[in-house]
Design a protein around this ligand. Sequence first.
Ligand code: EPU
Length: 302
Amino acid sequence: MRILDPNIVAKLAELHVELKHGAALAELTSLGIGGTTDLLRIKRHETLPDLLNLLDANHVPHKFLGGGSNLLVGDGELPWVVLQLVRPEPDVMLDGNLAHVDTAADLGRMITFCAKNDLGGMEGLIGVPGTVGGALRMNAGAYGMQIGSYVREVKLYRAASRKIEVLRDHQISFEYRHTSFAPDDMMLAVILELPSKPYKEILKGIRICNEKRRSSQPLGQKSAGCIFKNPPGVSAGRMIDELGLKGLSVGDARVSDRHANFFVNAGHASAKDMLTLIADVRERVQKSFGVSLENEVVVWNA
Ligand code: EPU
């Protein structure tokens, strides 16, 4: 979708929003899949209510993009624009055990920065690509931990009130890869309370998690992490593996040889290829195990 109306373009500039015409979403997602649309880069959080009023008044649909690492975007010219926060400098500020983090911060860099300041707890998420905002929205987790456990406060744009609000931890529910935030809320900043730990000890944990991830996941390939959520008590990856589906392909969309719940873009896969592969695998698992797999990856398809 293109924003060509000069009145809207001028108002965007007034709101300090950078407009990039025809951005390729394939270049902004870890899967390397996705069509084109206009990208609106937001430099100031406080302009969000006015920006969204402007878009709504002009019937411009939008979606919020974080780091694009858990996302499958449709092909071709997309029927909505994409909003993305510009990362401020600095993006993490420490105050005792509290880390004040802008959601545009890179998750891995934030974990490393906190570790160097003797704040731990997040070791399990090292190696998970994406922004802090994306991790927060999905309640990202690995190796027995989840980001939600450390959240004390979240600043967000709430679609329901059309305002920027601050929520305390008890006002948010964090479940397995799910939070109580609405799909069109936009995470802006978070305060994490992290346990004190010597850097050397945190580093040991980080090395162990890095090693486990390297040995079991296709890190060098284009993917969106796990495609399906694990149903209670079972592993989606193990079921897909047991059906012998590693290597199954539709075009360049392929079930990873290393971890069966990672589907990789082995070349120039389209969203259509990937969605067909997902549907095929889901159907086979349903048939053989009677289990209905739910997407873990977020799909923006028209
Ligand atoms: N397994 C297989 N074959 C495979 C993959 C896994 O037999 O191809 C077996 C493993 O041997 C193991 C079991 O299945 O016994 C579980 O596998 P793994 O430890 O790799 O964990 P997972 O349940 O597949 C979850 C998260 C990952 C996270 C890891 C580590 C989900 C959907 N996945 O994977 O998160 O990194 O645990 O904690 O919850 C993600 O969210 O994108 C993601 C990759």
